[in-house]
Ligand binder design. Structure first.
Ligand SMILES: Nc1nc2c(ncn2[C@@H]2O[C@H](COP(=O)(O)OP(=O)(O)OP(=O)(O)O)[C@@H](O)[C@H]2O)c(=O)[nH]1
Ligand SMILES: [Mg+2]
Length: 283
């Protein structure tokens, strides 16, 4: 792999005192957030006055590792009811693609699942998910455009429950966190599912585009405040974004990254692995 931005920064200072300002800028540019950056800088300074490139690398890695939770299965089924996953987020972050990828991944783990085309708002959203379904052999529950997505999810739960399906994955419409009517609609979807099972939706994952940098933190904060998130899917890590936003969100909001997207294909998707992630972030 070609040397990335963090390693090339460190090479510049090999054998010389680190330029603290430049280190700060480099960490901020990686999108790990201001408070996490300060934490790392303090920790390096506490370790040694003359910080070598190796110390900087080692301490940065250790501090990030401390923030990210230890490995655990990204998702597991419930004993007797469908586990409901709501995928939410602003427009175009990769919700529909990630819903299909997640269903495909679950299928590869010999799990059963139903996809719900709960974006009844955007033109062609239903067809988009149905195309994925046909391509990957996944069942999609759909309704008409402009239909009530809460009612659709409610009915889909019944169908999944009757057939002992383990996972119900609801692909919701993209919405701006600043639009309160749209956020209320999302709360209604969650509330309606709760009528079947008071713990549903069990997972509310925000899908975030890594290339949007620190704006993703704002999105996560707002959606979390509005509907109470349980995790994130970080997409487009194959793009220009450094992906440090997963650290910032874990640090500030305590939300773990569950899966990452690294391309447009169904196989460009994997459970979050913190060691691989840090290797990539600090490359
Ligand atoms: N390179 C790359 N592209 C991705 C990834 N995930 C999704 N995309 C692409 O991003 C674009 C938007 O993806 P969608 O899944 O339609 O996003 P969405 O959030 O459902 O969009 P709306 O429903 O309109 O809000 C598509 O062209 C996808 O192929 C990824 O991990 N990497
Ligand atoms: Mg979509």
């Amino acid at each position: 792999m070609a040397e990335g931005f963090f390693k090339s920064f460190l090479s510049k200072f090999r054998g010389e005192p680190i330029d603290w300002e430049e280190l700060e800028e480099t960490l901020i540019r990686a999108d790990i957030g201001v408070s996490m950056t300060q934490k790392i800088l303090e920790s390096i300074k506490a370790r040694s006055g003359f910080a070598s490139a190796d110390t900087v690398m080692q301490v940065t890695r250790e501090e990030i590792l401390k923030i990210l939770p230890p490995p655990e299965p990204p998702i597991f089924p419930l004993p007797a009811k469908p586990k409901v996953v709501l995928l939410v987020g602003v427009n175009g972050t990769g919700k529909t693609t990630s819903s299909a990828k997640l269903a495909y991944w679950l299928k590869s783990q010999a799990r059963t699942c139903l996809l719900v085309a709960a974006d009844t708002f955007r033109a062609a959203a239903i067809e988009q998910l149905c195309r994925w379904g046909e391509k990957l052999g996944l069942e999609v529950i759909k309704s008409q455009y402009q239909a009530d997505s809460a009612a659709l999810c409610y009915d889909a739960w019944d169908s999944a429950n009757r057939r002992n399906i383990e996972f119900l994955l609801c692909d919701t419409a993209g919405r701006l966190h600043t639009k309160s009517n749209l956020m209320q609609e999302l709360s209604k979807v969650a509330r309606t599912l709760g009528k079947h099972d008071s713990d549903a939706p069990h997972e509310k994952w925000i899908v975030l585009d890594a290339t949007t940098g620190s704006n993703a933190l704002v999105q996560a904060r707002e959606f979390h405040q509005s509907i109470g998130l349980t995790g994130i899917i970080l997409t487009k890590l194959d793009g220009s974004g450094k992906g440090g936003i997963a650290v910032a969100i874990q640090h500030e909001l305590g939300l773990p990254t569950k899966f990452i997207g690294t391309g447009e294909k169904e196989t460009d998707f994997a459970p979050f692995n913190r060691n691989d992630y840090i290797d990539r972030l600090l490359s």
